[in-house]
Ligand binder design. Structure first.
Ligand code: NAD
Ligand code: UDP
Ligand code: UDP
Length: 342
């Protein structure tokens, strides 16, 4: 890459699911990538193939504490993302979104770096408008179980727009909708991680509620394309931009797609719906199409097939390790986590 285009890029949360794919893409493009992560949910395995690259560096650091480095761009992805993970330590989740955003914005202000915030469709809460446009202000329960994440991310958006208005920081906000793919944490309790693990282990697929609630699932490579486009555009949209898929499906339909992708004949088991679980979610992608010329292109069946290959390799590794350890330790397990009430 020509020196002119080569940037020093900080990716916070770079050892997580989305962050590791983003780091990989930026390293391959020839940028100097600094991955900062406290390994709360991220794992070294996700970035292991990058450790030998001359243009990749890893730093263990918690972004709720100040960070002094020299960079040209910052992708702020650090934050647990699945309900099981972000509800485990709700205070730390909000601190990561709010104190983390202040520190990363302070860093951007001092260095003149462009900074992108990984926001979320959760800012819309249980939406009263469908599909969700960026102009909709949302319907969030501020004291519910999801609030530690939703309100933290909403406050981070406020900080981003005000560092832009008050200090002229070059900010971008991506409102990311449900994304799936290889390197999702198998125990994160998200619908794809759970259903994949269950289908491949021959267990019943757990569906919360009656399974008629909807989500639209975006494949990780498409999402990473969208993040990079949003960062790189020199004519940034004034408002946050929705990134995700607009192929809205019920959870029962998702379960059927997972069965097809894995060739499993497992049955479906209904479990109670967790509180404040949004009924319908699907983005209006007009802004991403108009401002970034971006829309997702990976068909669900193809994305799920790639994800199934990843989960099946992980399961094979775990069962190999557990066979080796059989006499010494209890059997290693990848049984899915649940945030559904029991
Ligand atoms: P993830 O849990 O796999 O990754 C988050 C990473 O952040 C992990 O590596 C974790 O160790 C790290 N982290 C957490 N707290 C930290 C802290 N205080 N300091 C440093 N590192 C910290 O989650 P993900 O799915 O990759 O999500 C990445 C980002 O995208 C998150 O900000 C999330 O809110 C956002 N997002 C993701 C989705 C999705 O469907 N995956 C949807 C909406 C928004
Ligand atoms: N900060 C940081 N790295 C930097 C610059 C700032 O982590 O390179 C943090 C620091 O903790 C600071 C916060 O960002 O408190 C906000 O910075 P800002 O300049 O907006 O405010 P102030 O320094 O006045 O608190
Ligand atoms: N869900 C489910 N079975 C599971 C895990 C999740 O039916 O094993 C449901 C969950 O109740 C929600 C949807 O799938 O309605 C998406 O859940 P996920 O945790 O993946 O994402 P989020 O709720 O944050 O959109």
């Amino acid at each position: 890459m020509k020196e002119l285009h080569r940037k020093r890029v900080l990716v916070t949360g770079g050892a997580g699911f989305l962050g590791s794919h983003l780091c990989e893409r930026l390293v391959v493009a020839g940028h100097d990538v600094l991955c900062v992560d406290n390994f709360y949910t991220g794992v070294k395995d996700n970035i292991a193939p990058l450790l030998d690259a001359g243009n990749f560096e890893l730093m263990r650091h918690d972004i709720t504490f100040p960070l002094y480095v020299e960079v040209d761009e910052i992708y702020n992805l650090a934050c647990p993302a699945s309900p099981v993970h972000y509800q485990r330590d709700p205070v730390q989740t909000t601190k990561t979104s709010v104190h983390g955003a202040i520190n990363m914005l302070g860093l951007a202000k001092r260095t003149g770096a462009r900074i992108l915030q990984a926001s979320t469709s959760e800012v819309y809460g249980d939406p009263g408008v469908h599909p969700q446009t960026e102009s909709y202000w949302g319907n969030v329960n501020p004291i519910g179980l999801r609030a530690c994440y939703d309100e933290g991310k909403r406050c981070a958006e406020t900080l981003f727009v005000n560092y832009h208005r008050q200090h002229g920081v070059a900010t971008r906000i991506a409102r990311i909708f449900n994304t799936y793919g290889p390197r999702m944490h198998p125990l994160d309790g998200r619908v794809i991680s759970n259903l994949m693990t269950q289908a491949l282990s021959g267990e019943s697929l757990t569906i919360y509620g009656d399974g008629t609630q909807t989500r639209a699932l975006c494949y990780v490579d498409d999402l990473v394309d969208g993040l990079i486009r949003l960062m790189e555009t020199d004519v940034p949209p004034e408002a946050p931009v929705n990134l995700g898929s607009d192929n809205e499906l019920t959870m029962l339909e998702v379960a059927r797609e997972v069965l097809l992708a894995t060739g499993s004949t497992a049955s479906i088991e209904l479990r109670p719906l967790p509180s404040d679980d949004p009924r319908r979610r699907c983005p209006d992608l007009s802004a991403a199409r108009d401002c970034l010329a971006w829309s997702p292109s990976t068909p669900l069946a193809e994305g799920l097939a790639r994800t199934a290959r990843y989960f099946s390799q992980r399961l094979a590794m775990v069962s190999q390790v557990s066979r080796m350890d059989e006499r010494a330790t209890p059997t290693a397990s990848l049984s899915p986590r649940s945030n559904a009430p029991v």
